[in-house]
Design a protein around this ligand. Sequence first.
Ligand SMILES: [Zn+2]
Length: 482
Amino acid sequence: MKNLWPMPLLCLVLLLFAGSAAAQAELFKPKISAADAAIAKQLRQQALAGEHSGYKLVSSLTTEVGARPGGSPADAKAVQWAVAKFRMMGFDKVWIEPVSFPYWRRGAESARLISPGNQHIAVTSLGGAPGTPAEGITAQLVHFPTFADLEKADPARVRGKIAFISNRMQRTRDGSGYGQAVIARSQGPNIAAQKGAVALVIRSIGTDNDRLPHTGAIRQPEDGMLVPAAAVSNPDADQLVRLIERGMHPQLELKLDVGFDGEATSHNVFAEVTGKQSSDFLLMGAHLDSWDMGTGAVDDGAGVGIVMAAAELILKQPQRPNRGIRVGLFAHEEQGLYGGREYLANQQALMPSGLLQHLLVVESDLGAGSIYKIDGRTSQLGWAMIHSIHRHLAPLGIELGENDKPGGSDIFPLIQAGAANIALRQDATEYFDLHHTDNDTLDKIDPEALNQNVAAYAVLGWLAANHTISFGTGELEPLPSN
Ligand SMILES: [Zn+2]
């Protein structure tokens, strides 16, 4: 990264703060000018008053394009939509970059409890899983309260049966219940195959009590061993557990017409507010694709609207910030961060300048709930600057969180490679009621909460981009990949 400090001042800073990094952060409090403070206040007020296109963008994307699973015709339409909107908004630069991946399609899918009784079960296949034969798979369930129970099961118990994992995701404000529960979905289909199961059924990774199953991607294993795999709604999972506890040996018929179907190419879409002094930029990300259920309003239409609108407010300032704002709408996040990984590879190919030009990376991908905390992973000096920026986020009800707590989905490969990161934490208490279901629709978005998000991204974007400080890209150790 280019050094933007005047030389005498830099020497003074180095002389004064040659102690530990922590002491540097304590002593060196980066100042925000009165002019920047006034712009931050104005951006906050404009955003809270809805003087931006955030909600209109989400409405437009979810109505005119709708569900946009990666590689589908609607996904290609979403790319055109984003390019047209960015151009209409007057961004300095708009471009697309191709991203290719195996295309997974979903046809008809159904499940029935055929013994005892005969009852429809609300089910959806997990993304990336194989389908069943056309006549379906019928077998008895074998129950595992958790993924760990399946992992340690004797294969003799599992062979020829449908493995059923019933662990329930916990509701939390920070969404951490998802991370704990999701292993049943991501790795269950592989472990079930290794144990000789004919299929896997999981309780949906979601916090609602509706008869709406939650889809989501599985991890593609190195050994390639997978069984057809589906999620049942929470009330259906409860019913199956009760039947098993009564010793009634439920049998299920699963018909899942899904599977991979060749290669597809989509695009990451970018737009930039060009910095007036430097080619460095702050990257604000979201993902453009969605699942095929619902219309992808909270996941991640909201994030798309938030980052586009925040950058739009900065674009409308009478002058450009010193460093740029890049908006990145990433392709095919849902089935494996394809757009985010391709972007990192492209940036690394531009070394030494590519990754190092990323002043800071941030992403909105947890719905449209209000932001309550700012965390991140920056240098000590960068975090001292976040202390200063936080004073201008506090009026939005945002508390100062912790350094070394990174966040983001598509930007995670960049963070792992050592990009400085800020995570604006959203209230996710209700997000996982809707996540990856037919219920992810526009009416679930509260325009006032969306405005608060736009305010936070605009204030952070302006104050970080218009300063001269480094947040630590190029200094941070890469994170181990998991
Ligand atoms: Zn998402």
